[in-house]
Design a protein around this ligand. Sequence first.
Ligand SMILES: [Zn+2]
Length: 369
Amino acid sequence: MDSPISEWVVAESSVWLSRVRSTAEPAISTVSDVLCTRLVHDETPQRELLKRSVLRKERSRLLPERDVRAPVPSRRGELFYRWQRRMNCMPRFDARIPEEPLSVLVFGAHFDDCEVRFGGTATKYRELGHEVTLVCMTNGEAGHYKQGGATLAQRRRAEADAAASHIGAEYVAFDNPEGELRPSIDNRNEIIELIREIEPDLVFTHRPNDYHPDHRYTSQLVQDAAYMVTVPNICPQTPHLDYNPVMCYLPDSFEKPYPLDPDVVIDIDGEMETKLDMLHEYTSQMYEWLPYNIGMLDEVPETETERREWLPKRYEPRNRGYADRFREELKDEYGEEHGSQVTYAEAFEHCEYGGDLTEENREILFPFF
Ligand SMILES: [Zn+2]
């Protein structure tokens, strides 16, 4: 209270309140009501200034939110607006200011999900020396047509380790039955404990609307863990985090209830071959189960070399499609010339339940632009 105006507010409002109390005027119920009522009839210059300020605040409080919102000219403006809106209505979700090396944690439902949706970006993080941990929420025991159970689960785990070794990432796998993942409290608590142990700056997972129940429940579980990692009495044996990690959704092509609306689009042209090398390790998926499941098993070549040459036919179109679909975002990020020449992209959308993605931490969390 060091400005003359604020001193005046305190002095005047207390005098006025005592008068109000003594007369018990029923129409006046708050300090601001008192000030508005009094100041409307007061014309000295200092009081005129304060009157305008109080009336402006009162008016903005009464307006519906959509009318208060200023025009949003850019994606960064949109990020700022979201942060501002959240500050008014939700617990404050402070993401810490990250320090290098970053810690990045990616939750996929199945053993190839992280690589398919995040492989190029994971490679970029590792090239810059950041830590990447890939998580598979299920054990891989079901997705096949002539194998299953522990044999298939062990095979999938070995494929995952081989894929992660291309970029030096860690792989964590939970022993939940594939195809039967449950959005249970036990599974949520396991995720909370893992996030607390890893202390990630960034968490990625599926969007909540997806064709596969394991994808949907992975998303549900990770979203449910987001805020809870900061609550000391939840999983009290694991020290809680004093920040809420920034969380983003992995890309997909589903359109209902709305298509992916990315906050970050990344050029992975230089990492596409490494991403394909990682996918190539998943023999049981890329060359057996997935071709069988979509009726093109007879197109899969026999030899390793032929298969690696064939693999882009299946997986390039996805990332080429993201680059075309999010061309304007790529131009915003990289400039007109670079952005218009990107062939392959990965795109990620901020999840509101994790920490805030701000202009300040975005530059540190996505150090690729
Ligand atoms: Zn999957």
